[in-house]
Write a protein that binds this ligand. Structure first.
Ligand SMILES: Cc1ncc(COP(=O)(O)O)c(C=O)c1O
Length: 213
């Protein structure tokens, strides 16, 4: 699940290609872990693909810090002994690891299923509006393409102003080059399970009004 476009790689095709080419498949599931697939295990798990290397972060849906690599014993052994960025880093504080473990328990259980269904509901509401949002229809990352760098930052600032009815303010990050290609400035809408129905509905109206100006 790509961070800026909200689109999803065809991991089955990539897996077939990797097998046919005698290559390893490495997937970065930073944005999918916790929110995508069975038990929030990611895009590959949903597609029934087992990559040779799966990297993910504990700092997004898991709400903690740090990251992980899932791979065979041979690959992880190689990383333990040769990956300089790992070998010369201080290990994570135990409290951070404990927070990650607690988050994984939530994510894999029925609470996780409930949170994923709230998120799916929020995504359906936002994507059901007549707004031209990019990305996969199931993606919580929903970019609204703007193009102009200044205009996009003005839109971010305007969404931070309180709404006349609710008083709510919306933080929708404007993304400019070099994070995205020249001319690709966008509002990066990112939904969570904790956003209320009313706020997602109101945000969609505010986005629509901005898109029309
Ligand atoms: C695709 C992708 N992978 C990995 C990361 C790294 O995440 P972190 O530094 O939170 O572990 C990011 C951060 O935005 C990301 O977008």
């Amino acid at each position: 699940l790509f961070s800026m476009d909200g689109d999803v790689a065809d991991v089955e095709a990539l897996s077939r290609l990797a097998r046919a080419s005698d290559a390893a498949l490495l997937l970065d599931e930073a944005h999918a872990v916790g929110v995508w697939g069975p038990e929030g295990r990611g895009v590959a798990a949903l597609a029934g693909v087992v990559p040779d290397v799966l990297v993910g972060t504990c700092g997004k849906a898991l709400g903690s810090f740090g990251a992980f690599v899932g791979a065979s014993a041979a690959i992880t052994e190689l990383l333990w002994t040769r990956a300089r960025s790992l070998v010369f880093s201080t290990g994570l504080p135990p409290a951070v690891s404990a927070a990650t473990r607690a988050a994984i328990e939530i994510v894999r259980g029925t609470d996780g299923d409930a949170l994923r269904s709230y998120l799916a509901r929020n995504i359906r509401i936002l994507r059901g509006r007549p707004l031209s949002l990019g990305g996969a229809k199931e993606s919580a990352i929903a970019p609204l393409m703007v193009g102009d760098d200044r205009k996009v930052m003005a839109m971010t600032a305007s969404l931070l102003e309180p709404s006349p009815n609710s008083g709510w303010r919306y933080f929708v990050q404007g993304i400019r080059p070099p994070t995205v290609p020249e001319g690709g400035a966008r509002l990066r809408v990112s939904l969570s399970a904790r956003h209320s129905l009313d706020s997602v509905g109101e945000l969609s109206f505010r986005l629509q009004a901005l898109a029309e100006t």
